[in-house]
Ligand binder design. Structure first.
Ligand code: SF4
Ligand code: SF4
Length: 343
């Protein structure tokens, strides 16, 4: 295990930034988001839930695929998607790291999304344990340990107040750690003991969180029963169809592909879409999901039934962002509890 004092942390940012783009939680206009670091930026490592999830770094909200230019009767096209620069994503919380794995299940299976794959391969993911989980967190319902390194992390870190403890988890993480050997010092026995204590404290806090008692077994019902449940009617009657829940959700991954035709030139781009929108999946013959009830049901059935049927795991990581953002207070926890007959 290694460590770095917080008083030296800006040197770490500078050093990383010499060889990589560094994405880190940065505070700007009273919001904290993963953004590309520049000297003078206000880094915020205390924030648990960034305003948007870091999925934006591996799956950008908009991404140009190709640019085209008309030249008489010819059209010249150039592929421009993907990511060429190596980057480091520092301070990702364990739930958000697990969301990357869930996106991998979709984008890296055949046919592989080549631009997504390039972004994933160019990145080093450094997680930070959640020293102070919040009341809206329920990652433990999905088997995520916020005190530990989770699968998909290259380096795991722990915030110890005046220092950060650092442990490489993968070959990529080890090589990266080696490249910083003059900045990272060897952790002492006391440091390691303090880390064990921190992990125990986190475990205890998680046990006592108000949403930690969610029992996923209660929704272990047939797909037909869940699909035909009356809860969809009740919830969708309140839903505004604003799509906020899908935009802040680290596991939502629906997108649309559109062309911008600027006359002689233009581009084809993809952008996030939301199953809550009335024109989502709109086709020439019309829309297969005509009502908000059908659209609302699709979002939750996908995360709780269809995705697990395909990939063996729920497509929610319990980050709690939807709890904080829905303007009419509908969220994943309420849906799970209502489906399970708890509310
Ligand atoms: S559904 Fe809600 S709690 Fe689950 S991952 Fe998405 S935003 Fe987080
Ligand atoms: S944030 Fe709430 S109101 Fe908006 S689409 Fe999602 S569930 Fe509906």
């Amino acid at each position: 295990m290694k460590k770095i004092l917080k008083s030296q942390i800006s040197q770490l940012w500078k050093r990383i930034n010499q060889s990589y783009e560094l994405f880190i939680p940065i505070e700007k206009d009273n919001k904290v988001n993963f953004s590309m670091w520049q000297e003078g930026d206000q880094v915020n490592l205390e924030i648990l839930k960034t305003n948007s999830s870091p999925k934006n770094i591996i799956f950008p909200q908009t991404e140009t695929y190709l640019q085209f230019e008309k030249n008489g009767k010819k059209i010249n096209m150039e592929s421009v998607g993907g990511k060429k620069e190596a980057y480091v994503l520092f301070g990702v919380r364990p739930c958000d790291v697990v969301s990357f794995n869930l996106l991998d299940n979709v984008f890296l299976r055949e046919p592989v999304d080549r631009f997504y794959e390039e972004r994933r391969n160019k990145g080093i993911v450094i997680s930070m344990a959640c020293s102070d989980p919040e009341e809206t967190c329920f990652c433990s319902a999905f088997g995520i340990d916020p005190e530990n390194a989770v699968e998909g992390v290259d380096v795991a870190t722990w915030d110890m107040g005046d220092k950060i403890l650092w442990m490489a988890q993968t070959e990529k993480g080890k090589m990266f750690t080696q490249s910083l050997k003059d900045l990272l010092k060897e952790a002492t026995e006391e440091d390691e003991e303090a880390c064990v204590q921190l992990k125990n404290n986190i475990k205890e806090k998680v046990k006592n969180l108000p949403l930690s008692n969610i029992d996923m077994k209660k929704i272990d019902k047939s797909m037909k029963d869940l699909f035909e449940s009356s809860i969809w009617e009740d919830f969708s009657a309140q839903c505004l169809g604003c799509g906020s829940c899908t935009y802040v959700c680290p596991t939502c991954h629906c997108y649309d592909i559109q062309d911008f035709d600027g006359g002689k030139s233009g581009e084809r781009f993809r952008c996030w879409d939301s199953c809550m929108f009335s024109d989502f999946t709109l086709m020439a013959h019309g829309n297969p999901r005509k009502t908000q009830k059908e659209r609302f049901r699709q979002r939750f059935m996908h995360k709780l039934v269809y995705y697990p049927n395909n990939h063996g795991t729920y497509a929610c990581v319990g980050c709690g962002r939807c709890i904080e953002r829905c303007p009419v207070h509908i969220d994943m926890v309420k849906v799970i509890k209502k489906l399970g007959g708890e509310l």
